[in-house]
Design a protein around this ligand. Structure first.
Ligand SMILES: Cc1ncc(COP(=O)(O)O)c(C=O)c1O
Length: 306
C-alpha cells in the first residue's frame, strides 16, 4: 500500500498513513461495514482520468448502507465529488482502484446495528490486475456455499460477508485454481468470489438472477446492456445448474476489479475448445473501450476527474 497517497477520512482528505481506526472500532470487531470497489481509467489519447459508473457504485453503496441501518450525510453526487477531489489530490495519470467504505465507527463491545455512529472513508490505490490469468482462468466449483440473503444481505457489499468469499478464494488458490465458482445452498451457480458469472449456450447469454444470492454487479449490468444493444445477443437471467457450466460454449466472470475474465477450464474440464470464446473476446474488447471513455455511445458512464 502506497502510504504517500491520500484518503477521505472523518470528513476530510488526509494522508493515507493518518487514516486510522481503533482496534475497538465496531466495524472492525463485527464486520459492520459496507463498501464498494470501483475504478477510474486513464485515457492516454485524451490525457484524462475517468471514473467508471460512479453514480451506480455509490447508489449501491448507499443501498448496502440502508440494509445495514447506516446513515451518512452524502448522496450519490456528493460522494462522486469526494472521489474526484481525492483523485485530484494524488494527481493520478494511470488506472486507479477506489475503495469507499461506510462503517460503524463507535468503539466498544455490543453486537447490533442501531445507535452507532456511521463514518465514510475512501482510499485509492494504483490498479494491479486482479485475476492473474484473466484470458484463460481455471476455476473450481467451491465446496463453500454462497452466503444466503436471509443470513447476510447478499445483494449488497457487506464487509463481514466477505469471509465467505475469502474461504472460497483461498481454498481455490491453494488447490491450484485461479478462481472459485460458488453455488447457492440449493445447488445453483451463484457467482465467483468477487465476480458475477455468465455462460454462453447456442449464442444466448445466460446469467443467474438477482434472486440467486448474487451481488447486484455493475459490470454484469454493463455486459448485459452491451451484449443486447451492440451485439444483438439475447440475454437471459435464470438459474444455472452446476453441470450446465461444464457443457457451456463459453463461460466468463465479470467484476469491477477483475473486469471480464474468460473461464477456459472448470475442475479440469475444458470449456468447449478450452480457449477464450469469440463472444467473450468481443465483450472484453468492447468493455475495455467503454471503461476507457473511448465509446461516445456510453459516455454517460464515464465521469471525468477534473
Ligand atoms: C461478491 C461479488 N460479486 C460480484 C461482484 C462484481 O460486481 P461489480 O461488477 O459491481 O464490481 C463483486 C465485486 O464487486 C463481488 O464482490
Amino acid at each position: 500500500m502506497d502510504l504517500t497517497k491520500h484518503a477521505f477520512f472523518e470528513g476530510k482528505v488526509v494522508p493515507l498513513s493518518e487514516a486510522r481506526i481503533s482496534v475497538a472500532t465496531h466495524g472492525f470487531l463485527y464486520g459492520t461495514a459496507v463498501f464498494s470497489g470501483m475504478r477510474a481509467y486513464w485515457n492516454e489519447e485524451r490525457k484524462g482520468l475517468f471514473l467508471y459508473r460512479p453514480y451506480d457504485h455509490f447508489h449501491r453503496l448507499l443501498d448496502s448502507g440502508r440494509m445495514m441501518a447506516m446513515e451518512i450525510p452524502y448522496d450519490e453526487e456528493g460522494l462522486i465529488q469526494i472521489a474526484i477531489d481525492l483523485l485530484k489530490t494524488d494527481n493520478y495519470r494511470q488506472d486507479v482502484y477506489l475503495r469507499p467504505t461506510i462503517y460503524k465507527a463507535d468503539m466498544g463491545i455490543g453486537v447490533r446495528l442501531h445507535d452507532l455512529k456511521d463514518e465514510l472513508t475512501i482510499f485509492t490505490a494504483p490498479y494491479e490486475p486482479y485475476v492473474k490469468n484473466d484470458s484463460g482462468a481455471h476455476v473450481t466449483i467451491s465446496s463453500w456455499r454462497r452466503v444466503d440473503d436471509n443470513a447476510i444481505p447478499a445483494r449488497g457489499k457487506v464487509a463481514g460477508a466477505y469471509v465467505n468469499s475469502a474461504l472460497a478464494k483461498t481454498d481455490a488458490n491453494r488447490s491450484g485454481f485461479d478462481e472459485a465458482l460458488v453455488l447457492t445452498s440449493d445447488g445453483h451457480v451463484s457467482e465467483g468470489s468477487a465476480m458475477n458469472v455468465f455462460m454462453v449456450r447456442n449464442g444466448v447469454l445466460y446469467t443467474p438472477p438477482m434472486t440467486d444470492n448474487i451481488l447486484e454487479g455493475i459490470t454484469r449490468r454493463s455486459v448485459m446492456e452491451v451484449a443486447q444493444n451492440d451485439f444483438g445477443l439475447e440475454v437471459v437471467e435464470r438459474s444455472i445448474d452446476r453441470t450446465e457450466i461444464l457443457v457451456a460454449d463459453e463461460v466468463f466472470l465479470t467484476g469491477s476489479a477483475a473486469q471480464i475474465v474468460a473461464v477456459t477450464k472448470v475442475d479440469h474440464r475444458p470449456i468447449a475448445s478450452g480457449t477464450m470464446g469469440s463472444i467473450t473476446a468481443k465483450l472484453r474488447s468492447a468493455y475495455e473501450d467503454i471503461v476507457r471513455a473511448r465509446n461516445p455511445k456510453y459516455a454517460s458512464w464515464n465521469v471525468e476527474v477534473k
